[in-house]
Ligand binder design. Structure first.
Ligand code: APR
Length: 223
């Protein structure tokens, strides 16, 4: 069976990474638009780099949780593609091998002029760190107002899926939130979120609970 899994910040919440919208639009005390937009970066590059440095350090100190692990285990039985809005690498660390990052990756840096120059980056990223093209490096993150290059690949995966599992996303950010519209009518959708933004229908099964308990239950059902 082909399974597409769409994940958001909620899947990593129990690993200790805060979600975006569970705290009044502030993310770790920051205005999301100041730290996650090209305009914010242009205004105050040092503060934006420092913000992601903190996130990167935090990421290196946390571990995948039961939800990431259960999703990785699903690969033993089915053809699974994870489409994540998260920039962390917790799906990969849990063992998932087929992960599409819609919004970029925290452990990569890229040239601020040539977006194809991408490097692995685990340390702090500072002003003066340059790409091969001699331009400032920036986090490899898709910011508000920027293109989401992987969206078409993701839409094709959703189109072909027999089952779609959605975990821990408020479904407020497009184009990611629109991906379910590509699902075929015969597919089943499992939605796991303690505060679900869509309601149950014949085709959509809602699990109003945390990822660490809800995801293993759904994985069990699919065995
Ligand atoms: N398990 C599952 N879901 C949870 C948990 C948990 N333990 N804790 C919280 N949630 C749910 C919340 O109920 C909410 O629906 O996770 C969701 C988090 O929503 P957001 O904070 O809006 O995160 P997300 O949907 O991933 O945001 C999308 O917005 O700023 C951008 O680029 C950023 O990728 C991000 C995008």
């Amino acid at each position: 069976m082909k399974i597409a899994v769409l994940t958001g910040a909620g899947v990593s919440a129990e690993s200790g990474i805060k979600t975006f919208r569970d705290s009044d639009g502030l993310w770790e005390g920051h205005d999301v638009m100041e730290v996650a937009s090209p305009e914010g970066f242009a205004r105050n590059p040092k503060a934006v780099l420092e913000f992601y440095n903190q996130r990167r350090r935090q990421l290196l100190a946390v571990q995948p949780n039961a939800a990431h692990k259960a999703l990785a285990g699903l690969e033993k039985m089915h053809e699974v593609t994870i489409i994540t809005q998260n920039v962390d690498d917790l799906h990969e660390r849990a063992g998932s091998t087929n992960v599409i990052h819609l919004h970029g990756e925290l452990l990569k840096a890229r040239c601020s002029v040539n977006e194809n120059l991408v490097l692995d980056w685990k340390q702090d990223l500072n002003l003066g760190d340059l790409s091969d093209g001699n331009h400032q490096l920036r986090p490899h993150i898709v910011w508000f107002g920027e293109m989401v290059p992987m969206i078409e690949v993701a839409a094709e995966v959703v189109e072909k899926a027999d089952v779609i599992i959605i975990v821990g996303t408020s479904m407020q950010v497009y184009p990611a939130a629109g991906l379910v519209q590509y699902s075929k009518p015969s597919s089943t959708i499992y939605f796991i979120d303690p505060n679900p933004s869509i309601s149950e229908t014949k085709r959509i099964k809602v699990f109003s609970e945390k990822a660490s308990t809800g995801v293993p239950k759904v994985v069990e059902l699919l065995k």
